[in-house]
Design a protein. Structure first.
Length: 733
C-alpha cells in the first residue's frame, strides 16, 4: 500500500450516483491523476491518499485510491481556492476573495461556528449567508461521514451508500446502533456491522448485537442452505458460536424478538423451531392460495379430452402411454396440478399436448424462472414464454410486481416450467397474480437440486396428497438413443454412468489429479470440443460446471484459466479491474444477486427494471472514462453497470452446478476430482448431467463419479410449506 499527499487541482470526472471520481492532484509541483470513490472535493483541499499506482491503457499513470483523508487548507490562497471552486452555493471566486480578506485564517472557523458574521462581507445578506452556511456544512458533513466510516474499514463505495441514506445523521445513527446498517444498507452484513460496533466499544452482550446475530444466523441459513427455519437448538448453537456468548443470554432476546414479531417460535411435531416472520407468512400464504386454486376451475368432458389427445398423437406421429394420457387429463381438469419427471420422459411433449387440448379458446401463459429456461420453453412449444418476473411485470422496487392480487393475470391457464427452481417469495408473488378459476400447471424435475433461494417449494407441494400430481418415469423411444438421458436415470437409480461407447454423447476422460483435469478442461473448451461440435460460437455452446467453488478445478480457478484461454487480453479489447477480478470485452458473465433497481433496454427499444440471480450474458462494451460496462443477456436485455455494481457480476465460463439450474447447454464439461462429501452428492451430479443437450464430458477420476452416485445424502432443507399445506388441506398439523 502506497501513500500520496497532494492538493486538489480539479475534478476531471465525477459520477454523482456512486461517487466515483477522477481528480487532478498537485504533488510537489507536479500534476498527478487519482481515481477512486470520494465525496465532492473542492480545489485547494489537501488529500492524503492510500492505494497503488496503476498504468491505464488510455489515460496513462494513475493513483488508484482505496482510502483517503481530507485535511483543511491552511494557507490563505488555498482557502480562497477551496471556497471559490464552485462547490459551495453562493460563493464564486470574487466572493471567496472578499470572505478571505475579511476573516483571514479564521475563515473556515467563521463558516462553521459563526456564519452570521458573513453579513459583514459586502453583497452578502441574510438569505445568501444562510445558503452559504448550509452548503458549506453539507460538504463538511459528507467528508466527516466518509472519514468516520473509513476508520472502521468501510470502503469508500459503501460509505457513499451510507452517506446518501443517512446524510448528516450518519454518525449519530451508527453510534446509537451500528447493526441498523444490516437492514438499511445493501452490502453491509453482520460481520461488518459487528466490526464497527466493537470499534465503537459496543459490548458483546449488547441487546442490539445479540438480536442482530440471531437474525444473521437465520438469514445465513436461508441464503446458503435455503432453510426457512431452524430448530431452536441449532439456531442457539450457531448464534453462540458466532457471538461468543452463552445460551443464557440468547433466550431472553428470542423472547423479545418473538414478542415484537421479528421471529416466530413454533412447536411442530414435538420440536421447537424459530423462523423469521417473513418466511412464515410467505409459506402460509402459498399454502392458502394453492388450496384455493384446487377448488375452482372449469372442467372439460373426458371424451373431448380423449378426442383431442388422439388428434395430437396423429398429428405428431406419437403414442402416449396411459400414465402420460392421465397426466394430460389431470392438468386439464384440475385447478392446480404438478407434472414431474426426469429427462426424456416427455414433459415438454405433454405441455404441447396440453396446449393443443385446451385449444385456441383458452388463453394460456407460459413462464419459467430464468431467461434461458423461458427461451427453451418458447422454442419447444412455438408459443411465447417469459420469465416469471417479466410475466408479473416487475415494478422497480424489491418484491413489487405490477401483477398482484389487485391486478391479476388475464389467463385461463398458467404453465410454469422448471418448478424446482422457484423459491418461496417468487412462488408467493406468482400465486398472488393468479385468480381462482385459473389452472396452474407446475412442471419440473423433483430429483434436481432445490431452488437457490429459500424454501423447498416443489418438493413440499408434492408431499401434499390433496394436490393432483403425475410422476413420469417411462423414457420416450427417441430419448432412449441418448446416453445423456439413460445415464441421468442410471445416476438417479444409484448406478454408475456408462461412457465412451461408439457413437455416444457421454464421455469420461480419466485424469489422475486436479491439475491434469483442469488442463484437460481448458483444452476441451478451446480446441477439441469446438471442432467436434462444429459450433460457430463455442463459448455459448460449451459450459463448464464444477461441483465446488474452491480448488484447482473449482469455479474460481477454472474461470481464470478459461478467460485467459478463450478471451485473452488484446490491445483492441477494453478491460476493467474490479477487486481481484478482471472483466474484459467479450467475457461471459453471470448476475449473482437479484437487483430490482437496475434498468435494462432491448435493441427493439423496450425498457424495464430488474436483473436476476442466474442471468447469463456477455460484456459488450467497457467505458474506461466512466468505469462502467454493458452486458447483453441471453434474452437480449442490455444492462449498463456502474463500477460499484460490478460486485454483482462474476465470470461464467465455469459455473457452479447450483447456478446452472434452469439452463440447458449444447455441451457440458464437468470436472470430477474430489472435494467435500457434503457437496459431491448424487442429485448434484444428476443435475449437472441433465443440463446438457448434445454432449457430456466428465473429466477426472472414476472413483469420484462412483462416490457421487453412491452418496444419496441429500442435505435436509428446513421448510414449513408442507406443514401449512397439511393444515390447509385438512390432513392434520
Amino acid at each position: 500500500m502506497e501513500t500520496l499527499h497532494g492538493t486538489v487541482n480539479g475534478t476531471l470526472f465525477r459520477n454523482d450516483e456512486n461517487g466515483y471520481s477522477v481528480i487532478s492532484l498537485r504533488v510537489e509541483g507536479n500534476l498527478q491523476t487519482a481515481v477512486g470513490v470520494f465525496p465532492e472535493l473542492s480545489d485547494g483541499e489537501l488529500l492524503q491518499l492510500e492505494g497503488e499506482w496503476m498504468q491505464h491503457a488510455q489515460y496513462g499513470r494513475q493513483f488508484k485510491a482505496t482510502g483517503f483523508m481530507v485535511e483543511r487548507p491552511t494557507t490563505l490562497d488555498a482557502i480562497e481556492h477551496y471556497l471559490g471552486s464552485g462547490l459551495i452555493r453562493g460563493v464564486g471566486p470574487s466572493t471567496a476573495r472578499l470572505i478571505v480578506e475579511a476573516f483571514g485564517q479564521d475563515t473556515l472557523e467563521v463558516l462553521t461556528t459563526r456564519p452570521e458574521r458573513l453579513k459583514e462581507v459586502p453583497k452578502i445578506g441574510k438569505k445568501r449567508m444562510a445558503q452559504i452556511h448550509e452548503s458549506f456544512m453539507a460538504q463538511q458533513q459528507s467528508r466527516n461521514t466518509f472519514l468516520f466510516l473509513q476508520r472502521y474499514g468501510i470502503t469508500p463505495s459503501l460509505s457513499n451508500k451510507i452517506n446518501k441514506l443517512y446524510r448528516d445523521h450518519a454518525e449519530r445513527f451508527i453510534r446509537e446502533n451500528p447493526y441498523r446498517l444490516i437492514d438499511d444498507i445493501d452490502g453491509v452484513g453482520f460481520l461488518t456491522a459487528d466490526r464497527i460496533a466493537q470499534s465503537l466499544g459496543v459490548t458483546e452482550d449488547s441487546d442490539f448485537r445479540l438480536r442482530a446475530g440471531i437474525k444473521h444466523v437465520l438469514m445465513e441459513a436461508a441464503g446458503s442452505g435455503g432453510h426457512t427455519y431452524l430448530p431452536e437448538g441449532v439456531l442457539v448453537r450457531k448464534a453462540c458460536a458466532l457471538l461468543h456468548v452463552g445460551e443464557e443470554l440468547l433466550h431472553p432476546q428470542l423472547d423479545f424478538m418473538c414478542s415484537n414479531r421479528a421471529v416466530q417460535h413454533l412447536e411442530i411435531e414435538g420440536g421447537h423451531i424459530i423462523s423469521l416472520t417473513s418466511y412464515v407468512q410467505a409459506e402460509q400464504e402459498i399454502a392458502r392460495r394453492l388450496m384455493m386454486l384446487t377448488e375452482s376451475f372449469q372442467q372439460m368432458f373426458q371424451a373431448q379430452i380423449d378426442d383431442r389427445i388422439n388428434a395430437f398423437e396423429h398429428q405428431e406421429g406419437i403414442r402416449f402411454s396411459l400414465a402420460q394420457r392421465e397426466a394430460i387429463g389431470m392438468a386439464v381438469n384440475s385447478g392446480l396440478s404438478v407434472i414431474t419427471g426426469g429427462p426424456g420422459t416427455g414433459k415438454t411433449t405433454l405441455i404441447n399436448c396440453l396446449l393443443f387440448v385446451l385449444g385456441g379458446e383458452t388463453k394460456t401463459l407460459l413462464a419459467a424462472p430464468t431467461g434461458r429456461a423461458a427461451k427453451r420453453m418458447s422454442e419447444a412449444t412455438g408459443q411465447d414464454a417469459s420469465t416469471i418476473h417479466r410475466l408479473l411485470q416487475f415494478g422497480g422496487e424489491e418484491g413489487a410486481f405490477l401483477m398482484d392480487e389487485d391486478n391479476q393475470l388475464h389467463a385461463d391457464c398458467v404453465v410454469v416450467d422448471e418448478g424446482s427452481m422457484v423459491d418461496v417469495f417468487l412462488m408467493r408473488s406468482l400465486l398472488r397474480a393468479i385468480a381462482p378459476g385459473t389452472r396452474l400447471v407446475l412442471v419440473g424435475d423433483a430429483d434436481q437440486l432445490p431452488s437457490v433461494g429459500p424454501g423447498n417449494v416443489l418438493a413440499d407441494i408434492l408431499s401434499c396428497t390433496r394436490i393432483p400430481q403425475a410422476r413420469l418415469k417411462e423414457i420416450f423411444r427417441q430419448a432412449e438413443q441418448s446416453m445423456i438421458v439413460l445415464n441421468a436415470h442410471r445416476i438417479n437409480r444409484g448406478e454408475d454412468p456408462v461412457a465412451n461407447s461408439p457413437g455416444s454423447d457421454f464421455f469420461f476422460e480419466n485424469k489422475p489429479d486436479a491439475n491434469a483435469a483442469a488442463e484437460s478442461v481448458v483444452a476441451l473448451c478451446t480446441t477439441r470440443l469446438p471442432k467436434y461440435l462444429k459450433e460457430t460460437d463455442s463459448v455459448r455452446a460449451l459450459q463448464v460446471l464444477s461441483p465446488t467453488k474452491k480448488g484447482v478445478c473449482g469455479v474460481g480457478a477454472l474461470n481464470q484459466m478459461l478467460q485467459e484461454a478463450l478471451n485473452p487480453p488484446h490491445p483492441m479489447k477494453q478491460e476493467l479491474q474490479y477487486r481481484d477480478m478482471t472483466l474484459r470485452q467479450g467475457d461471459k458473465v453471470i448476475q449473482i444477486k437479484n437487483n430490482y433497481q437496475i434498468s435494462w433496454t432491448t435493441p427493439e427499444g423496450e425498457e424495464g427494471m430488474g436483473v436476476f440471480n442466474g442471468d447469463i450474458g456477455f460484456v459488450t462494451l467497457i467505458d474506461q472514462e466512466e468505469k462502467s460496462l454493458t452486458v447483453q443477456f441471453d434474452d437480449l436485455r442490455q444492462v449498463e453497470y456502474e463500477y460499484t455494481q460490478l460486485e454483482e457480476l462474476e465470470l461464467a465460463y465455469c459455473l457452479s452446478v447450483h447456478k446452472s439450474q434452469g439452463s440447458e447447454f449444447p455441451a457440458v464439461v464437468i470436472p470430477v476430482v474430489g472435494g467435500p462429501r457434503m457437496l459431491l452428492t448424487r442429485n448434484l451430479l444428476y443435475t449437472a448431467v441433465t443440463r446438457a443437450r448434445r454432449l457430456v464430458v466428465l473429466v477426472g477420476r472414476p472413483q469420484v463419479v462412483s462416490m457421487m452416485v453412491d452418496n444419496n445424502l441429500e442435505r435436509r432443507r428446513y421448510s414449513l410449506l408442507s406443514h401449512w399445506l397439511q393444515i390447509e388441506a385438512g390432513e392434520g398439523a
